[in-house]
Design a protein around this ligand. Structure first.
Ligand code: GLA
Length: 374
């Protein structure tokens, strides 16, 4: 019998702890109320029909003949099916799938992990595969690494799967221990500002950062032979290598060690409602991402600098992989509208390009709605 479900898969923000997930560090993300909506229906036969109304594209996929596509977005779905059918040897029914979204693509709020998480969660339900959260998180990583070619960490998928309304997640990416923290920002709101800079090169530059971190870790371990991840290295130990490491590699490691500390400090500050102090850590994080990790760009820097001249914006920094995408800002609620007007004009004047600004709320992670629930 035909069965229909609707999967709502959110994007994610990250308050702080950038580029530390693949270095064994801690992050402070949350799932949000901007989502990808996937309607999935089981059908007879071997041919699946996939349609994206946001991209205005469609394709067919035969379950008996699965191979990578030259069209990248198709691989997000093909990669999942390949993993489940071929690598895990599970049984899948053919399906019809309609994808709609109000999640901006390529804006550093994880639209790609959201799509993969949503498809897996839906197929998991429809085929009664009984995959648990950790297994789903691992499948997403596998699809991203081997089908998409992005050597990302686990922050995005972990958040999309485990997110909770009004909760931040303090996640240790080394052992997946986590705790929920209340996201009470009082009179402040979270505002995302999208540079609308497309980061075509981002994937390769992102992977380059992953490689540089590994190179640094290997050099330090030649002497110490005990560090599994960069975040485990003490700052004093790193300084012993100041003259032997390439300056660029030294800077990458210094950033990772400092950013990881900032995540823990931030969780404490938020817990104690010291929001202005947390905001200062956001600015410091941006400074490190720009100067030491070198993943920012002119447009992101402009937005952060501009924000820093307003007392009402208590924190601002680039968010996600970088090289474009969004800044995340903590801003007084009654200043939001004014601020959006002012910064939009300034941005247009400087770059002859429009920005998009939108407030977000922290919402539940991926949910599957069955026939009687919609
Ligand atoms: C991307 C990756 C994440 C993480 C961030 C940077 O979003 O998918 O795993 O590394 O960049 O913090």
């Amino acid at each position: 019998m035909e069965e229909k479900i609707i999967v709502e898969s959110p994007g994610r923000i990250n308050l702080i702890g950038e580029h530390v997930d693949y270095n064994g560090g801690s992050v402070l993300p949350a799932s949000i109320d901007k989502k990808i909506i996937i309607e999935l229906i089981t059908i007879d036969g071997d041919e699946c029909h996939i349609e994206s109304s946001s991209l205005k594209k469609a394709f067919k996929l035969n379950l008996k003949k699965i191979s990578k596509s030259k069209i990248q977005w198709e691989n997000y779905i093909i990669g999942v099916v390949y993993n489940l059918l071929v690598l895990k040897n599970l049984k899948l029914k053919a399906f019809k799938c309609k994808i709609d979204s109000n999640l901006p693509i390529g804006a550093g709020i994880s639209s790609s992990s959201s799509l993969i998480c949503g498809i897996i969660s839906g197929l998991n339900y429809l085929n009664n595969l009984k995959l648990n959260s950790n297994e789903i998180i691992d499948i997403v990583s596998d699809v991203e690494h081997s089908f998409i070619g992005l050597m990302g960490g686990i922050m995005d998928q972990f958040t999309i799967i485990n997110g909770k309304k009004n909760k931040l997640i303090l996640l240790n990416c080394q052992n997946r221990n986590f705790k929920y923290i209340n996201s009470n920002f009082k009179q402040y709101k979270i505002l995302l500002i999208n540079t609308n800079v497309e980061h075509n090169l981002a994937d390769s530059l992102y992977n380059q950062r992953v490689k540089e971190c590994k190179e640094g870790l290997d050099i330090i371990n030649k002497k110490y032979k005990k560090y599994k991840y960069l975040v485990d290295i003490e700052e004093e130990v790193l300084y012993e290598f100041k003259s032997t490491l390439k300056e660029k590699i030294f800077n990458r490691i210094l950033f990772v060690i400092q950013e990881n500390k900032r995540t823990h400090d931030s969780a404490n500050k938020i817990g104690q409602s010291k929001l202005k102090e947390f905001g200062k850590l956001m600015y410091k994080s941006h400074h490190g991402l720009k100067e030491l990790y070198e993943v920012s760009c002119e447009e992101l820097d402009f937005l952060v600098d501009f924000s820093s001249s307003y007392n009402e914006v208590i924190g601002s920094r680039m968010m996600g992989g970088g090289f474009g995408g969004c800044t995340i800002n903590l801003i007084e609620e009654n200043f939001v509208d004014n601020f959006i007007k002012t910064i939009s004009i300034a941005y247009l004047k400087k770059f002859n390009m429009r920005l998009d600004a939108f407030q977000i709320n922290i919402d539940n992670g991926v949910t599957v709605k069955k026939n009687n629930e919609f």
